[in-house]
Design a protein around this ligand. Structure first.
Ligand code: NAI
Ligand code: 13P
Length: 337
C-alpha cells in the first residue's frame, strides 16, 4: 500500500451507528481517524468509554480512532472527509463544514437518501453548495453497522467522479480479511439504489407484518428492483448498477433481515402501529420514512411508474392502511414482466 496514503488521516462526520462503524473500520486498518458528532455529551461518552455503547455496544475503538467534538478542527485535520449523517440534515451539515474545507479537500458520503423536500440526489446538493471542483465519492451497499463494526465479512460499492480518489479511498477501507470494496463508476445509480431500497424495505416489512409469506416478500424485492432500475435509467444511471451491491445487494439485505430499521418500521405499520409510534420505538433514523415522499415526487417528475413506492407513500402520507395497499398492488392490471 502507498505510504503517503497510509499516513494521511480521515475524518468521519456523523457519530451515529454507521459513522462509528466506518470510523472503526478505517482505524482498524491503521489509518488515523477522527470521528466528529454534533452532540458534545455523546462525544464525551465515546471518548471516555472508547466505544459507542448506545449503538454498537462491545465494539471497542482501535487506538487510531480519535474523538473530535470541534467541527472546524475535525474538517481541517484531514484531506478526506466521509459524511455519515441522516439525509434530512445532509444539506445543513454540508453548509456547516463549508467554511472549514481545505483547498485540497475530498468529500465522500455514506448517507443513503435524497434531499428532503426536493428529492435531489445528494451529489447535486454537494455541488450546488460547494461547487464542482472537489473530488466526490459515495459509499453504498449491504452493510449493517453492527456486523461491520464486529469485523464480520462485508462488501460495499464505492463510486466517485475522480479515479485517484476512488482508488485511494478503496485502499483505505478495503482489507483482505473482512471488508471488500468494489469500485463502480456510476455515482447516480449507486446513490439511487441506496436511497430507494429503504422505501421498498418498508413495503416488505408491511407485507410480513400483515402475515404474508416468503412469496409476497420476494415478489416485492423483485418488482422493487424493477422500479428502482426504471427510475435510475431515467436519471442516467447504468442499469447494471442495480444488480450490484448498492442495488440488489442492499435491497435483499434490508428487505429480509430485522436488523433493518426500515423493515422493522414496515413490520409495525403492517401490524397497525402508527408511523410516529413506530419511529419512536425504533429510536434511530428510518431513512425510508423521510424519503418516501421525495422518491414518489421524483418518480412523478421523471414520469416513471413506481407502484410500490406510490403505495408506501399512500400509507405514510394519505392515511391508507396496509391491507388496502396489498389489494391495490395485487389488483393492478395484467401485464408482461
Ligand atoms: N446503520 C446502518 O447499518 C447503516 C446506515 N446507513 C446510513 O447512514 C446514515 C446515518 O445513519 P445511522 O448512523 O445508522 O443513524 P443513527 O440513527 O444511528 O444516528 C444518526 C446520527 O446522526 C446524528 N445527527 C442528527 N442530526 C444531526 C445534525 N444536524 N448534524 C450532525 N449529526 C446529526 C445523530 O446525533 C446520530 O448520532 C443514514 O443515511 C443511513 O441510511 C447506511 C448503511 C448502514
Ligand atoms: O442501509 C442499511 C444497510 O445497508 C441499513 O438499513 P436500515 O437503515 O434499514 O437499518
Amino acid at each position: 500500500m502507498n505510504k503517503t496514503i497510509s499516513a494521511s488521516p480521515i475524518t468521519v462526520i456523523g457519530a451515529g451507528s454507521y459513522g462509528t462503524a466506518l470510523a472503526i473500520a478505517f482505524s482498524r486498518n491503521g489509518y488515523p481517524t477522527y470521528l466528529w458528532g454534533h452532540d458534545p455529551e455523546h462525544m464525551q461518552r465515546l471518548a471516555e468509554e472508547r466505544q459507542n455503547a448506545a449503538f454498537l455496544p462491545g465494539a471497542s475503538f482501535p487506538d487510531a480512532l480519535c474523538i473530535e467534538s470541534d467541527l472546524a478542527s475535525a474538517v481541517e485535520k484531514s484531506r478526506d472527509l466521509l459524511i455519515v449523517v441522516p439525509s434530512h440534515v445532509f444539506g445543513e451539515v454540508i453548509e456547516k463544514i463549508k467554511p472549514h474545507l481545505r483547498a485540497d479537500s475530498r468529500i465522500a458520503w455514506a448517507t443513503k437518501g435524497l434531499e428532503r423536500d426536493t428529492g435531489r440526489l445528494l451529489q447535486e446538493v454537494v455541488e450546488e453548495r460547494l461547487g464542482k471542483h472537489f473530488p466526490l465519492a459515495v459509499l453504498s451497499g449491504p452493510t449493517f453497522a453492527k456486523e461491520l463494526a464486529a469485523g464480520m465479512p462485508t462488501a460495499i460499492a464505492l463510486a466517485s467522479n475522480d479515479e485517484t480518489f476512488a482508488l485511494e479511498f478503496q485502499a483505505r477501507i478495503h482489507c483482505s480479511k473482512h471488508f471488500r470494496v468494489y469500485i463502480n463508476r456510476d455515482m447516480i445509480g449507486v446513490q439511487l439504489g441506496g436511497a430507494i431500497k429503504n422505501v421498498i424495505a418498508i413495503s416488505a416489512g408491511m407485507s410480513d407484518g400483515m402475515g404474508f409469506g416468503a412469496n409476497a416478500r420476494t415478489a416485492l424485492i423483485t418488482r422493487g428492483i424493477a422500479e428502482i432500475s426504471r427510475l435510475g435509467v431515467s436519471l442516467g444511471a447504468n442499469p447494471n448498477t442495480f444488480m450490484g451491491m448498492s442495488g440488489l445487494g442492499d435491497l435483499v439485505l434490508t428487505c429480509t433481515d430485522n436488523q433493518s430499521r426500515n423493515r422493522r418500521f414496515g413490520l409495525m405499520l403492517g401490524q397497525g402501529v402508527d408511523a410516529q409510534q413506530a419511529m419512536a420505538e425504533i429510536g434511530q433514523v428510518v431513512e425510508g420514512f423521510y424519503n418516501t415522499k421525495e422518491a414518489y415526487l421524483l418518480a412523478q417528475r421523471q414520469g416513471i411508474e413506481m407502484p410500490i413506492t406510490e403505495q408506501v407513500y399512500q400509507v405514510l402520507f394519505c392515511g391508507k392502511n396496509a391491507q388496502d395497499v396489498a389489494m391495490s398492488l395485487l389488483g393492478r392490471e395484467r401485464k408482461g414482466e
